[in-house]
Ligand binder design. Structure first.
Ligand code: ADP
Length: 445
């Protein structure tokens, strides 16, 4: 198959399509997965900030008295809080000591601002000193090192309801961004690798599924070559005979008769070959309808044995039949085809059995089937050839078969007929001892 350009191209195209379609599916599912992961992480970040800022907001508001001024009770509740005009060192020693210790972790911050946006106090490390404009709600800001932060700003009110200023709670998005970057890299490397893998698998699968098609294509090519070869022989013989006759001037009556006899014989062979090929191809396409009628196998066997008796005398072979049933056996089918099937087997048996041998046709019943054995004491068939003799144009010894007029289609036709009648044809044989061909046909209900 590897050498055949058409099959290789088709195989490549199939693998390409497979990889392409799988690539689109993989990309889409990768995109959806990426979006879902990004969304769920983002949602978790916002939920966390929302819950921390909400708790702080509720806790602190009751403690605030004067706008823009942090009461000592607030400072006590938030250890490590550093006023804007002071320089504070890291508050990491306090981490974990307070119930709101989360804002004291690395990457988090808490800011208090006046309504004008002026910073009052900071807990944690604020990334963007320059950002002065303040707006309520969510904001994403970028630190000087490029790290993104998500923050929420809430308006705080004093106990008497006047606006106090803003509280900002924010956290670094580094972990979130890193996670998504890793995921993007995974997809960027994984997707082409996946497509290459799918392409390779597609190539292998296409090869596997195309193998039977290729085998039947090869058989067809072999069949065409064999058929052409078989047809060429009689055509060449006719041409040679006619050309030889044209060279003789004048032709005697006997020479004319000889030439015509050769032409007629080769023409008969040609006609038989064409007829056999047509029959086989129709049976292949199942366009040759089986004329369903009840056929009595007892009569068929007896009649055929009587008809072929002439050949038996000529070759001094003992041709007999044994009907091993007491009742007539009927099968549904085409009588002409069934007759062809059995006569092919008997003529073969007669042809491949030396003088003095025996050919016996046995009819018996096996449950719902009729069995016809064509038994001979002939040359037999070697085990290696027993499966091949049913192939079209196959002959064990082509010289001998050609001599007997065989084209190698007899058994192929016989098996095709048996199978088109839901039956089968098998062979048992031993070299130099003889062969038995067994036809199995389903009996009429
Ligand atoms: P052919 O027309 O050459 O006889 P067949 O298809 O009928 O073609 O048979 C195929 C081959 O099987 C023959 O060439 C022959 O070698 C072998 N064969 C068929 N029947 C017998 C038999 N009864 N005994 C031995 N060989 C046989």
């Amino acid at each position: 198959m590897h050498q055949n350009k058409l099959f290789n191209q088709t195989r490549g195209r199939l693998a390409g399509w497979y990889a392409g379609v799988m690539g689109v599916i993989l990309s889409l599912s990768g995109l959806v997965t990426y979006q879902m992961v990004a969304y769920s992480h983002w949602h978790a970040v916002e939920q966390e900030l929302e819950s921390v800022s909400g708790t702080l907001h509720d806790n602190l508001e009751s403690k605030l008295r004067q706008p823009g001024k942090l009461e000592p009770s607030v400072e006590a509740a938030l250890p490590g809080l550093c006023a804007a005009n002071q320089s504070c060192i890291s508050q990491s020693d306090n981490a974990g000591r307070h119930i709101l210790g989360i804002v004291q972790q690395n990457g988090y911050y808490l800011r208090f601002l006046e309504q004008s946006g002026q910073a009052i106090a900071l807990l944690g490390q604020y990334p963007n000193e320059a950002s002065a404009d303040i707006q309520e709600g969510w904001q994403t800001v970028k630190g000087s090192d490029g790290t993104r932060y998500q923050q929420i700003s809430l308006l705080l009110k004093t106990a008497d309801g006047t606006s106090w200023g803003y509280m900002q709670v924010g956290r670094s998005l580094k972990e979130y961004d890193d996670h998504l970057t890793t995921l993007r890299w995974l997809f960027l490397i994984g997707l082409p690798a996946g497509i290459v893998l799918v392409g390779g698998t597609g190539w292998w699968l296409a090869g596997m599924s195309m193998r039977p098609i290729y085998q039947s294509y090869e058989r067809m090519q072999q069949f065409t070559a064999d058929a052409a070869h078989e047809l060429r022989t009689p055509v060449a013989a006719i041409r040679a005979t006619v050309e030889a006759a044209q060279d003789i001037h004048p032709l005697s009556e006997a020479e004319v008769q000889d030439t015509l006899a050769v032409v007629a014989r080769q023409n008969k062979r040609l006609a038989q070959l064409v007829q056999d090929l047509l029959l086989l191809s129709r049976m292949d396409q199942q366009t040759h309808p089986i004329k369903h009628s009840a056929c009595c196998l007892n009569d068929l066997v007896v009649d055929l044995v009587e008809e072929l008796f002439v050949l038996e005398i000529a070759k001094a072979i003992k041709l007999t039949h044994q009907i091993r049933v007491n009742e007539p056996l009927f099968v549904m089918g085409d009588e002409a085809q069934l007759s062809r099937l059995i006569s092919n087997l008997i003529t073969n048996a007669l042809q491949y059995t030396p003088d003095g041998g025996k050919v016996t046709v046995i009819l018996e019943r096996d449950d719902h089937h009729a069995l016809i054995h064509v038994q001979d004491t002939g040359i037999g068939i070697a085990p290696a050839n027993q499966t091949r003799i049913f192939d079209r144009f196959y002959r064990v010894n082509s010289d001998r078969s050609r001599h007997t007029g065989g084209s190698g289609l007899g058994l192929a036709i016989a098996r095709a007929i048996a199978r088109s009648h839901q039956g089968d044809l098998k062979v048992q044989s031993r070299v130099n001892e003889g062969s038995t061909f067994i036809v199995r046909l389903p009996l009429k209900d």
